[in-house]
Design a protein around this ligand. Structure first.
Ligand code: ADP
Length: 211
């Protein structure tokens, strides 16, 4: 984040004199408190300054990369998710391949009649099966999927960085976002996080589009 020269001046004043009130900063710059308000808000939001009621502003001493780390650590799955694509466990491998092309996704989630998550299908799961001699219409996805309880999942309030670590640790492309149903007897799929979501987070960070 690029600071304006006035913002740089404010940071320097707070660094040397903090804690200092907005009024006092304004005085030193020969400006009104109202004129400074947007700058102080930006500097506080960006993490350069901290404000305590009745004490004033003080310099956090955080470097740019520390502030970036803080930012990333606070982003939840909810802010970076995609719509999940599910198939029934009775669907054939042929149907699953069609869904994958039509919906343009790399991972499908498999559900039972009650819409409870029972499995995951990746591109290679389907490719591997296609190498066999059997007719793909006659093989149900339930035979080839990775099944519960071996599914890596996340909840909507989880931090995106923890999901990114799971993707790396487990060497998978995506995880379903789930919600517990019937007091933990199963999970309903409410979203998905993939490597693409993590990539768009990286792009937003580089464009400074995250507050
Ligand atoms: P691909 O197999 O196309 O490289 P992945 O790396 O995502 O795609 O999948 C690797 C294996 O892990 C597959 O067998 C797949 O069924 C399984 N898998 C994918 N996502 C998950 C998940 N969230 N939880 C558990 N297993 C998964």
């Amino acid at each position: 984040m690029e600071l304006t020269s006035r913002q740089e001046e404010i940071v320097a004043i707070v660094k040397d004199n903090g804690p200092i009130t907005g009024e006092q900063i304004a005085e030193r710059l020969s400006l009104t408190r109202a004129t400074l308000r947007p700058d102080l808000a930006i500097l506080t939001m960006a993490g350069f300054l901290d404000a305590r009621p009745r004490v004033g502003y003080f310099y956090t001493g955080k470097t740019g990369s520390q502030m970036l780390t803080d930012k990333v650590k606070n982003i939840t799955v909810q802010q970076y998710q995609s719509i999940p694509v599910v198939v029934q466990e009775s669907a054939s491998v042929y149907d699953a391949i069609c869904s994958m092309f039509l919906e343009d996704v790399g991972t499908l989630f498999v559900v039972d009649k009650e819409s409870t998550l029972v499995g995951v299908l990746s591109r290679k799961d389907l490719l591997r099966t296609s190498l066999g001699k059997q007719a793909l219409e006659s093989i149900p996805v339930s035979i080839i999927m990775t099944r519960m309880p071996n599914i890596t999942m996340c909840k909507k309030d989880d931090y995106i960085i923890d999901v990114a670590k799971k993707l790396i640790d487990k060497q998978i492309d995506g995880v379903p976002i789930v919600r517990e149903v019937d007091r933990g007897s199963g999970y309903e799929v409410i979203g998905r996080v993939t490597k693409t979501n993590i990539t768009s987070l990286l792009v937003d960070l580089s464009n400074d589009e995250i507050i």
